[in-house]
Design a protein around this ligand. Structure first.
Ligand code: PMP
Length: 395
């Protein structure tokens, strides 16, 4: 039987760039002691206070169908939070609650891309981006944000790729680079969106994890609220990856259509998860800081370790739970380096090439293991790179 092109083309074919990750998982399942610095998941679990709120809600009967657009309480809570953080007036009708940020990314593209339209995304990119765009029947077109531009978006590059495009997807703080987009970069992105009449889909799921500089939501820039759809999530800010709770914030008209999409796809998010999320979002900034603290600590450990050598380059690590390391001095690709590191030292990192062309010759390190183990792994990685670089220089 024939399957739809839409479903068979989602991955775009070929390797998905996760070979090292799968290999590390296989080694772990064989009982080998692999240090996994691969995926973006906290090494802590959801806070007990959030779990108590979840249990209380469920015990009080919030286990039936919840309101499809999200509960009034959570929509109001998200609206108030966004308004406080950005200064942009935001109301319940600007918010759709979704089963995680990923569903919000899909919904946002469903709202603005017709089949055959071009959806732009920036390379390096979070793994699901091109597939999400293809998943709605659109054509995914990458715009490079290379290491030489400090992985910051450049308006000229976006402009040059904008023919036939209806949307641009950006992510700050950024996965995989750890870069936070500057006010200047975002201003230029906003200008090009206005000039080229593009929707801006702004993935801000790491907005509570900023170590250096400030997070700016481009929805707050002049005349951008009407053309920006913000994607948010409880996953990273509150260590609630498994709860599947996120949102789209945007113009009321878009949200009204997205409610129809939710009615015919997800039919909403569990009420007890939404109640737990409302609790978490109003529990105070201390809770968010507690969840972000291990990454802040490890980032500073990493800066010290990397400062004592000059082979491995650190891309400014401004936010999110990752470090992007430049290993070009070894003469190897990120992929070859990651495989060699796994073989030699049982340390698993992601090749930059898994995230597109622009991060070639780099590796992404997730700061998701305990401090001591993280520091040992990073030192080993640097020594290994230094050994390989000496070998390379002698060749
Ligand atoms: N955007 C980015 C940049 C991410 O890194 C992730 C998760 N790794 C997501 C969106 C999706 O997260 P979730 O669906 O858990 O909210």
């Amino acid at each position: 039987m024939r399957l739809s092109e839409r479903i068979t083309q989602i991955t775009g074919g070929g390797s998905d760039g996760w070979d090292v990750f799968y290999r590390a998982r296989r080694m772990l399942s064989e009982g080998q002691a692999v240090t996994e610095l691969t995926i973006g998941e906290h090494d802590t679990r959801t806070d007990p206070s959030i779990l108590r709120a979840m249990e209380l809600s469920a015990r009080n009967g919030h286990t039936g169908y919840a309101m499809v657009p999200g509960t009034d309480l959570l929509r109001d809570t998200v609206a108030a939070r966004v308004q406080t953080r950005t200064g942009v007036p935001t109301f319940r009708n600007n918010v759709l609650i979704t089963p995680g940020g990923q569903a919000a990314l899909f919904a946002a593209h469903m709202a603005v891309c017709d089949p055959g339209d071009v959806g732009l995304y920036l390379d390096p990119y979070y793994a699901t981006y091109p597939g999400t765009i293809r998943g709605v029947g659109a054509v995914a077109r990458a715009v490079q944000t290379p290491a030489d531009d400090a992985f910051q978006p450049q308006a000229e590059r976006i402009d040059a790729a904008a023919e036939g495009a209806v949307s641009l997807l950006i992510n700050t703080p950024n996965n995989p680079t750890g870069v936070v987009y500057s006010r200047q970069s975002l201003g230029a992105v906003a200008d090009v969106c206005k000039r080229r009449d593009l929707w801006l889909i702004s993935d801000e799921v790491y907005d509570t994890q900023v170590w250096d500089g400030e997070h700016l939501s481009p929805r707050a820039l002049p005349d951008m609220a009407e053309r920006t759809l913000v994607v948010g999530s409880m996953s990273k800010s509150h260590a609630m990856t498994g709860s599947r709770c996120g949102w789209v914030v945007g113009p009321e008209e878009v949200i009204a259509h997205l409610i129809n999409l939710a009615t015919h796809t997800t039919y909403g998010v569990p009420g007890f998860v939404q109640d737990a999320s409302s609790f978490a979002l109003t529990a105070g900034v201390e809770l968010e800081e507690k969840i972000a603290a291990p990454f802040r600590r490890r980032r500073s450990l990493a800066m010290d370790i990397l400062a004592s050598q000059n082979i491995v380059g650190l891309v400014p690590a401004q936010g999110a739970m990752y470090l992007m390391l430049d290993i070009r001095a070894t003469g190897m690709s990120g992929d070859a380096f990651a495989n060699a590191l796994l073989d030699a030292h049982k340390i698993a990192v992601m090749p930059g090439e898994s995230f597109g062309k622009a991060a070639a010759g780099h590796i992404r390190v997730a700061m998701t293991v305990a401090d001591e183990r993280f520091a040992v792994a990073l030192k080993t990685l640097c020594e290994f790179a230094s050994h390989l670089a000496r070998k390379h220089a002698a060749e």
